[in-house]
Design a protein. Structure first.
Length: 437
């Protein structure tokens, strides 16, 4: 628990600055571009994030899940082979994503109703986002418990975006200028992340440890299955988070998408604690499952869940009481209508925060497939609700998201505590379980 709070302290310190910067540059974007162009930027950025999730694996989870053992044993070679294999998987995902983007944007632009003026810039921006993924490098820093360095590296993004936003606003704002700046910043940060990982683990990240993929797969039984499950989970998560924005743009209008995006960004900003807590939790829960008794493991999960639930309640209260005023302050009068969208999105984020400990638990105990099942349930419930609520416009789509989160929360809560309460691991048994139900 002390390690989690220490790691969370580093993350909150860095992300606190990042949150302030992001709110300011978001205001610059919204006010300088206006509703329509901000909507274009939002749809391009949302499409890029969805494509990144579809083409890339969450290899940081694999590095943490399977790297905790070698780190504890001091096996640099094994950890290096694992990390470099995950880095190669990231690169292959980026390459395949670029091919997929080319097919989508140049082969089906007319069918998708894409603005011809934005096709080239959208394709280039998506390729930049794909190659800027730092998921394997991030996993290396997290499993080494160097959240302090992660904070310093990740702080580059919001600070650089803030400076770039003011420079672009002063010299002539445009969608293209913001996209170029965002892409360049992400690529530079990715390079710095890998440099930091190499400096921290030079004995592991050697060229001599690259390759021998069959040996790595044999060393970690279930790793390919785990990669597939976490990939499916992240892809569905992206569909659940970016799909509603794209639906608003497709069924309603670009301006409506801009308003929805601003409200969604604010809700995500309020719930940033969930992402921070997930990062702090993942490596500690993986380590605790190896080193702690089941009794202490369950107590850790319960305490974290209570803390997260209180955080979710605070998020919802802030959105309900001051959401309209915050939206008006950031984007102006035209965006204050997003208050009706913000409330259900904040509710969904609160539920996500309340259940933040459960996915790491299921991964650490070898039951990642059950986490995937809960995501499937959330998406199915959300889509079903969307069919009935689409007639109410953007607020209806937002409420369908909240309903989906509620369904997923109920399912994953029941599953996780069923796993923790079962006889699968006796008290005192510190052996990690295999990836089987």
């Amino acid at each position: 628990m002390r390690n989690i709070l220490s790691n969370l302290g580093w993350l909150v310190g860095g992300k606190g600055l990042g949150a302030v910067c992001s709110i300011i540059y978001l205001a610059v974007l919204a006010r300088s571009l206006g509703i329509k162009d901000f909507g274009h930027f939002s749809l391009i950025f949302g499409t890029g994030q969805a494509l990144v999730a579809l083409a890339g694996f969450q290899t940081w989870q694999t590095v943490v899940r399977y790297g905790a053992g070698p780190i504890h044993a001091g096996d640099h070679e094994s950890f290096g082979r694992l990390s470099l294999m995950c880095g190669l998987i990231d690169a292959l995902g980026a390459a395949s994503g670029c091919v997929l983007a080319a097919i989508i944007y140049y082969g089906f632009a007319d069918e998708l109703g894409l603005n011809p003026d934005f096709v080239n810039m959208t394709f280039a921006f998506n390729c930049a986002l794909l190659w800027a993924r730092t998921t394997a490098a991030a996993g290396i820093l997290r499993v080494l418990d160097r959240f302090d360095i992660s904070v310093f590296v990740e702080a580059i993004v919001p600070i650089s975006r803030l400076l770039a936003a003011f420079a672009i606003w002063a010299t002539g704002p445009s969608v293209l200028a913001f996209l170029i700046a965002w892409a360049a910043i992400d690529l530079i940060t990715s390079a710095i992340y890998w440099i930091a990982a190499w400096r921290l683990a030079p004995d592991a990240l050697r060229l001599s440890h690259f390759g021998q993929f069959r040996k790595t797969i044999d060393t970690y039984p279930g790793i390919l299955r785990f990669l597939g499950i976490t990939y499916a989970g992240s892809s569905m998560d992206a569909l659940f988070k970016q799909g509603p924005l794209l639906a608003v743009g497709f069924f309603l209008s670009t301006s409506a998408a801009g308003i929805y995006r601003l409200a969604d960004q604010l809700a995500q900003g309020l719930s940033k604690l969930s992402a921070l807590l997930a990062r702090a939790l993942y490596s500690e829960i993986a380590n605790a499952n190896v080193a702690e008794t089941r009794k202490h493991f369950k107590r850790l999960v319960a305490r974290v869940s209570i803390m997260a639930s209180l955080g979710g309640l605070i998020i919802l209260l802030i959105a309900a009481i001051g959401g309209r005023q915050i939206l008006d302050l950031i984007g102006g009068d035209a965006f204050s209508a997003g208050h009706t969208v913000l409330i259900p999105l904040a509710l969904g984020c609160s539920l996500e925060l309340a259940s933040i400990a459960y996915e790491p638990v299921l991964h650490a105990t070898g039951r990642a497939i059950l986490s995937l099942f809960s995501r499937l349930c959330a998406i199915a419930i959300g889509i079903t609700a969307g069919f009935f609520l689409l007639q109410y416009g953007s607020p209806g789509i937002a409420w369908s998201v909240a309903v989906g989160y509620l369904g997923g929360f109920i399912v994953i809560t029941a599953i996780t505590w069923r796993v923790l309460s079962g006889d699968h691991v006796e008290d005192g048994d510190s052996t990690p379980q295999t990836d089987s139900i």
